[in-house]
Design a protein around this ligand. Sequence first.
Ligand SMILES: *Cc1c(COP(=O)(O)O)cnc(C)c1O
Length: 475
Amino acid sequence: MLENSNKQRYVSTRGHAAILDFEGVLLAGLATDGGLYVPERWPKLTDSDLRALAGLTFAELTARVMWPFVAGLMGEDDFQALVTDAYDDFDHQAVAPLVQLYHDTWLLELFHGPTLSFKDYALQIVGRLFDQVLTRRGERITIVGATSGDTGSAAIEACRDRETIDIIILHPAGRVSEVQRRQMTTVAADNVHNIAIEGTFDDCQNLVKAMFNDVPFRNDCRLGAVNSINWARIAAQTGYYVAAATTLGAPDRPVAFAVPTGNFGNVFAGYAAKQMGIPIDQLVIASNPNDILTRFFQTGTMTAKNVVPSISPSMDIQVSSNFERLLFDVMKRDGGAVGQAMEGFKVHGRFSIDDDQLAGLSDLFEAGRHDDEETRRAIDQIFGETGQLVDPHTAIGLSVGRARRRDPGTPMVALATAHPAKFPDAVEHATGVRPTLPDRLADLFEREERYDTLTNELSAVQDLIRTRIALSGAA
Ligand SMILES: *Cc1c(COP(=O)(O)O)cnc(C)c1O
């Protein structure tokens, strides 16, 4: 049988955890050594593979592109059916339409899923993958995640009512938009549990990390993750990079992407697509005032600062967890060196790469930031020039991307990561026009909310989780 040799293996960025297959990394989330899983080798799409994608539906293309990561988990036809089902409910025929905004700039609309952000594109697949695998194994899992806004609702929509899953989402109290909060707290499903934490997104993320590092708790509650640290999400996000690139002429013509970035999950999927053979010339990382990545690309030193709330809250992060995956490649896949850098970062709040490493990264990556005022101006300018309302995250990506593009002859694709109606106040403030929610969410403000509020204390959160999953029927 060839099957085993085709199966992708995954290694931890810190080099000390077991090597796993796709099913293993799907269920594990974070590696036991604190690292993140990455493919042992990048699968390659040849030019003829890329040409063969022409004419496929978005779901067919995504299944084809993801398959080398997933192979061995189920049959290829079953996987294709799963991806088709995942995108069935999206409200645009093209699923991820590419809209030309300027002569040389396109918008890749990634807000046609149930919760109106790009996170639906991966999570609708990942929820189904979990359910299939757990049903086959006769197991249940408790998904625990932290959200700065959009992940939570997308994860909840992906997991709601699935028999094998409880989902617990922590969000920072008062620091997500009302639309974002209501998208999470109005879901009436017994397996969905929302907790507002009195703290920042990073506090929430640290609580989740601490729960995963508490091995007895992790085992008792059978914790799993759907944060962007879960490899399956990154794998699923490669689909739309490949779709946009081939639409604009890959493999014959290179393309650049501009990506509003927080945890580095989305832009890392662009990096993965490049490693797989997509001719990507440039990846522009766009941040808001929480500009740890922009500062890193200017200096080669990663230094943590406190989080500042902004009008693009899904990028209000202190650290970008997925950056460790890129660091692993920068450090020539030396897990020991990555572990040391990350330990240093934890203790001293900083680590550095050398000039050669920074120069290597800068061949592909470019970074820039917008503060809130610049973001509002960008929203207004884009609306004035193109008639398109964009949300604050999308505006930052588009505006920083256009300012930082290197080769004017290379088409630039800006990722529209959220629907403008998710951030109606910011958009209205900038343009005077209030964007309206799509039909499926029109009654959002009439729906009943359910959530608990807790202080930033691990034991309190753990107690609540134990109680909830006991009630909802986990043995
Ligand atoms: C999550 C999110 C981002 C940041 O994506 P990362 O993968 O964390 O870098 C940007 N914009 C929106 C609207 C988001 O929801």
